[in-house]
Design a protein around this ligand. Structure first.
Ligand SMILES: NC(=O)c1ccc[n+]([C@@H]2O[C@H](COP(=O)([O-])OP(=O)(O)OC[C@H]3O[C@@H](n4cnc5c(N)ncnc54)[C@H](OP(=O)(O)O)[C@@H]3O)[C@@H](O)[C@H]2O)c1
Length: 360
């Protein structure tokens, strides 16, 4: 989907704004906290009127939303780098949309914008809440390779711990949204890449489609032995998205003076006891390894630079997207549950509007 003028607008843009013919704005709110994985029982749909623009604001019609593991994490109430969603709060997520009405010079009608407008059809925004994006890239590209999935490993490698040629790099959740780019960028850096994922389809994807040197199924008996065999000289760099037992198995194989990038904690976040995230530090200590905790939000000033770098790699054909495009705002809670359950390979996106202008 490229950023074409008014493709999803309810009516064509006219001077001074559009006539909003839609009667309602669907919004999905949190109603209860899940024990393990968030799903349809934890949300409700509210129907409100489409907000009216006033001075300094613009109305955005949301076309596409990105589902992310952090959304599931924020439905639970535990100490974290970001506060949990409140009960009754609109669910936030990265979105791509178009300005369809405006009383704000900085947000002209027809502009394509990305932001955190969440699970709703329309959002009233100020210029600080969105970024206008050029139409050199599609909505899918803005929400994946150029956003958190691509930016996270690029920034973690470039700012914290670089994979170098010949290094053994291990990536967990290697078939996931972030993990699939962590594998590709590690390969571009010349590392010997070992991906860990759950199930035969995912390991086949990591090995055959992404091109990792080895892919190991952490759910299969013999996982620890297979991992040790895939890393005969030890692990020089570990890109950790999951923590838990899988991380412990990787830590057992650390090479001397190796590096660990702590990027995500999926295993604990998805469990009924997310506060408990034990890891055996013995091997970190004995191998004199360095742990780097990484959070992309600490590097906001580098976003334009990293978007430029990732965009070039994408256009050169050196990075590939692997997306699942689902349809329908109301199905989003079930889609999030399927994503958190590990049913998808790559990134999950949901389209809220069809090319003929209907909302779905
Ligand atoms: N630090 C940062 O700046 C930053 C930025 C973005 C994301 N993150 C974090 O990165 C992590 C991955 O996010 P994502 O959006 O790319 O999600 P994702 O990897 O696409 O999806 C989550 C995956 O986790 C795996 N998983 C679930 N339970 C597991 C377990 N017990 N052990 C091992 N793997 C398990 C599943 O894959 P399998 O089927 O392979 O198990 C599932 O597909 C999250 O923790 C997220 O919060 C951090």
């Amino acid at each position: 989907m490229t950023c074409r003028p008014a493709i999803f607008s309810m009516t064509p843009p006219a001077a001074g704004g559009v006539q909003i013919t839609a009667k309602e704005n669907r919004r999905i709110l949190l109603t209860s906290r899940p024990v393990d994985l968030a799903g349809p029982d934890n949300f409700r749909i509210e129907q409100t009127s489409v907000p009216a623009v006033h001075d300094g604001t613009a109305l955005v019609e949301i076309e596409m939303a990105a589902l992310s593991a952090w959304q599931g994490m924020r439905t639970k109430d535990f100490k974290n780098f970001i506060r949990p969603f409140d009960i009754g709060e609109l669910i936030s997520c990265d979105t791509f949309g178009r300005v369809i009405d405006s009383r704000c010079d900085a947000l002209p009608i027809g502009a394509c914008v990305v932001g955190r407008q969440g699970w709703q059809d329309y959002a009233l925004v100020t210029p600080e809440q969105v970024s206008i994006v050029p139409d050199a890239y599609t909505a899918e590209e803005w929400l994946t390779v150029l956003s958190s999935p691509g930016q996270t490993p690029y920034l973690a490698y470039s700012q914290k711990a670089k994979p170098t040629p010949g290094d053994t790099l291990v990536v967990t959740s290697a078939a996931g949204a972030v993990g699939s780019y962590a594998v590709q960028l590690g390969l571009l850096a010349g590392a010997h890449v070992v991906g860990i994922a759950g199930g035969a389809d995912k390991t086949a994807f990591v090995r055959d489609t992404l091109g990792a040197h080895a892919a190991i199924d952490y759910r299969k008996p013999g996982f620890r032995q297979a991992l040790a065999e895939a890393c005969p000289d030890g692990v020089d760099l570990y890109f950790d998205l999951v923590g838990g037992d899988t991380a412990d198995a990787v830590l057992e194989n650390l090479a001397k003076r190796s590096h660990v990038l702590l990027v995500g904690r999926v295993a604990a976040n998805n469990s009924p006891t997310p506060e408990q995230d034990p890891a055996n530090m013995r091997h970190v200590w004995s191998q004199e390894a360095t742990i780097h905790a990484f959070n992309r939000y600490a590097y906001k000033e580098l976003y334009p630079w990293v978007i430029d770098r990732l965009g070039k790699l994408l256009r050169d054909g050196r990075l590939r997207m692997h997306n699942n495009l689902e349809s329908g705002l109301e199905a989003t809670p079930a889609t999030l549950n399927a994503m958190l359950s590990g049913k998808y390979i790559g990134k999950v996106l949901v389209r809220y509007g069809e090319p003929d202008g209907t909302r779905v």
